[in-house]
Design a protein around this ligand. Structure first.
Ligand SMILES: NC(=O)c1ccc[n+]([C@@H]2O[C@H](COP(=O)([O-])OP(=O)(O)OC[C@H]3O[C@@H](n4cnc5c(N)ncnc54)[C@H](OP(=O)(O)O)[C@@H]3O)[C@@H](O)[C@H]2O)c1
Length: 360
């Protein structure tokens, strides 16, 4: 099996790459590399993009045809002002700026919103499944920059869903607890009605709807309060803040499920292999307020200062966030056979991993 990972430079994408590698699963890592140059995945593979170096064994000629028909279809023409195909460069990884070596390997440029290049790169990659970790996660910024949020969180996933349907391959797409308004007072079930409070939540909810509308082979997996080595996150920020002060405040009126990308990655690959498409809530067990998560983090790093629980209104933020958006994972355990470890256990492992790096 070969998996195309989008947004592979993000925190979930990086741990998914590691988990694929650990399991010997072939994958191609892609992300929105800033310089926006493009080159072909086939040349990328020959120079080491498929990190575990497994050659593609399956002949996907019919898939290629389907994908090209997608590229030529009315849909793409209608939505693209320029149907010109990208030039394929020869990537030598060391001198091509759109190929970024990462801790886990090499990453190929792929913008999920770019209708000109997406079908071509997918066709060259010949994936058996797509895992979409690409997202616009700047919750406050999305209040103003909402068009970008909707492009990346709704229409990019729609593009991948169309490809998933055309190629008859599974698409794993991620959403968020921010689709809920947080007023239920107990953990949200997958059948509870969303009512997002922010533009970010709206863009993720619309992404869910488009993915399920366009692909019959989609897993829509809602995550919450993700932490991992691959990017800045709340836990890392708390540790950074604690270095400069002896007093901190934590919002006691925002509660959800802190979740570690290492645990999420394992469950995502296990879920993919079940073929049980649909909507899931995926998180480490238990839930916590931001204050409790910060307090536990600070305990683990032996911080000697004082943290005080406060109301969210003490912080100046553009977006409204749900008060209680913890999610119940039913029927995830019934589908993959286990539930994820408690968030405190996950946090302890993460802080230990962070401590191994000098710059955390
Ligand atoms: N982080 C959380 O607390 C949280 C909570 C709930 C749900 N989620 C969801 O979980 C999933 C994984 O989140 P994460 O925390 O791993 O995200 P992340 O660390 O922010 O990574 C997202 C990656 O997507 C890339 N990207 C942005 N626009 C793109 C585009 N147009 N095409 C391709 N790649 C693009 C980003 O590149 P740049 O950095 O260059 O923009 C980044 O590398 C996302 O769907 C997210 O919405 C996250």
């Amino acid at each position: 099996m070969k998996i195309l990972i989008t947004g592979a430079n993000g925190q979930l994408g990086q741990d998914l790459q590691k988990e694929c590698k650990r399991r010997g699963i072939d994958y191609v890592a892609t992300d929105l590399l800033k310089n926006n140059l493009r080159h072909g995945a086939s040349s990328a593979q020959s120079s080491g993009f498929t990190n575990n170096q497994q050659p593609a064994t399956n002949n996907r000629t019919s898939q290629d045809k389907q994908i090209s028909s997608l590229a030529d279809s009315q849909f793409w023409q209608k939505n693209s002002s320029n149907n010109k195909q990208p030039t394929t460069n020869n990537c030598s990884c060391s001198d091509v700026p759109n190929c970024e070596p990462q801790a886990t390997g090499h990453v190929l440029h792929l913008d999920i919103t770019d209708l000109r290049t997406l079908p071509k790169i997918v066709a060259e990659t010949k994936p058996d499944a797509i895992i979409n970790c690409a997202a616009y996660n700047a919750v406050d910024k999305a209040e103003e920059d909402w068009k970008t949020a909707f492009m990346v969180n709704s229409f990019g996933p729609r593009n991948l869903a169309i490809i998933s349907e055309e190629l008859k391959i599974p698409l794993v797409h991620f959403s968020t607890d921010a689709v809920f308004d947080g007023t239920k007072g107990s953990p949200y079930m997958i059948w509870d009605t969303p009512n997002p409070l922010s533009k970010y939540g709206q863009s993720k909810l619309f992404g869910e709807r488009l993915v399920s509308q366009y692909s019959t082979r989609s897993f829509i997996v809602r995550l919450s309060w993700v932490f991992g080595m691959g990017n800045i996150n709340f836990v890392r920020k708390v540790i950074q803040w604690s270095k400069d002060t002896e007093e901190l405040k934590g919002a006691a009126d925002q509660t959800s499920c802190p979740s570690y990308t290492v645990d999420l990655s394992k469950a995502i690959l296990d879920l993919l292999h079940t073929g049980a498409y649909g909507l899931y809530h995926l998180a480490n067990s238990g839930f916590a307020s931001k204050y409790e998560l910060a307090r536990e983090t600070l305990k683990l790093v032996n911080w000697k200062g004082k943290i005080t629980p406060v109301k969210s209104s003490e912080f100046d933020s553009a977006a409204h966030r749900p008060e209680f958006s913890a999610m119940d994972s039913f029927p995830l355990k019934e589908t993959i056979g286990y539930e994820l470890p408690h968030w405190k256990d996950a946090l302890a492992r993460f802080v230990k991993e962070l401590a191994k790096t000098t710059d955390n």
